[in-house]
Write a protein that binds this ligand. Structure first.
Ligand code: HEC
Length: 272
């Protein structure tokens, strides 16, 4: 773990250089991030979340004082390596399609004895005062799929149903501006202010977007999960809040994850 921390500390130093460089107007933020990423190589501050999540995975916690080391993420009890590359998927014990977060909630309830409400509360962190255990666990589990190709199944009828519902949600337009995901993510080369908007209706765009979350957000000094990304886009779309671990969030995740199949997973990443 030590080298994790040292490299992450170097990362924090490099962040200041990045902030200074962009403040001086040297190149676009996108160029600066690319330079920053190259300078850091594998020293991403996200490693602090990964290390915390790994500790948490192994700690006896909750009313039953159990660790998560027997939690079945789909590849057998306790198998973390590669598990994220096959999620979301159908789990017979829960009789439900679950994404990583929902499965972690399931294990926290069934194995550690938490109530569902406790397991679901505070899914997104906000600085040192409000660290989210869920995001640390997600960082750890996802990091164990780095370099593995996405291979999200569509064999169970409930997996197929989740994909279809996710696709519907993606193209559904509504709210005060009549926006849908495809309004902002359905064309090439679209931008809002300085932000490039990936075309999520194309294979390349979907793959790149899905395989690079969670990400350490330089602008927020926070690790953000894919679920956070979806919630923030619901907000941008002026839709009601996307409920954490809801069937709708799992379906949308299934649609985007499945569309990334074949691409190497490459996160936790680092982003603007
Ligand atoms: C009003 C415009 C808008 C709408 C509508 C919108 N988004 Fe986004 N989306 C954004 C912006 C802005 C970003 C951030 C780009 C950045 O930070 O560089 C983003 C980023 C993303 C990313 C991450 C892309 C990456 O490569 O990191 C995903 C995934 C995503 N949106 C999914 C969705 C989904 C799913 C919906 C529909 C529920 C949606 N978005 C609706 C504006 C929108």
């Amino acid at each position: 773990m030590r080298s994790h921390h040292r490299r992450a500390a170097q990362g924090v130093a490099a962040l200041f250089i990045l902030a200074a460089a962009t403040a001086l107007g040297q190149g676009s933020p996108v160029d600066e991030i690319a330079k920053y990423r190259a300078a850091l190589q594998d020293g991403n501050p996200a490693e602090l979340w990964e290390a915390r999540g790994e500790d948490m995975w192994k700690q006896a916690r909750g009313p039953k004082k159990a660790s998560l080391e027997r939690c079945d993420l789909g590849l057998g009890p306790g198998v973390v390596k590669g598990a994220y590359s096959e999620l979301p998927k159908y789990f017979a014990d829960a009789d439900r399609v679950q994404d990583l977060e929902t499965r972690l909630v399931w294990c926290m309830v069934t194995q550690q004895g938490y109530t569902e409400a406790d397991a679901k509360k505070n899914p997104f962190g906000a600085g040192n005062d409000k660290k989210a255990d869920m995001e640390a666990l997600v960082a750890y589990v996802t990091s164990e799929s780095r370099g593995i190709r996405m291979n999200v199944p569509q064999s169970h009828p409930k997996e197929q149903e989740a994909y279809r519902i996710g696709e519907k949600i993606f193209y559904y337009r509504g709210g005060p501006h009549d926006f849908g995901c495809a309004t902002c993510h359905g064309d090439d080369g679209k931008r809002i202010r300085l932000q490039d908007l990936p075309n999520l209706t194309k294979v390349d765009g979907a793959r790149k977007a899905y395989t690079t979350w969670p990400a350490y957000r330089v602008s927020q000094g926070e690790l953000r999960s894919f679920q956070w990304r979806l919630n923030d886009c619901f907000r941008q779309q002026r839709f009601p809040e996307l409920e954490f671990a809801s069937d709708a969030s799992i379906a949308l995740t299934m649609f985007l994850a499945r569309n990334a199949n074949g691409a190497e997973f490459d996160a936790p990443a680092i982003k603007r």
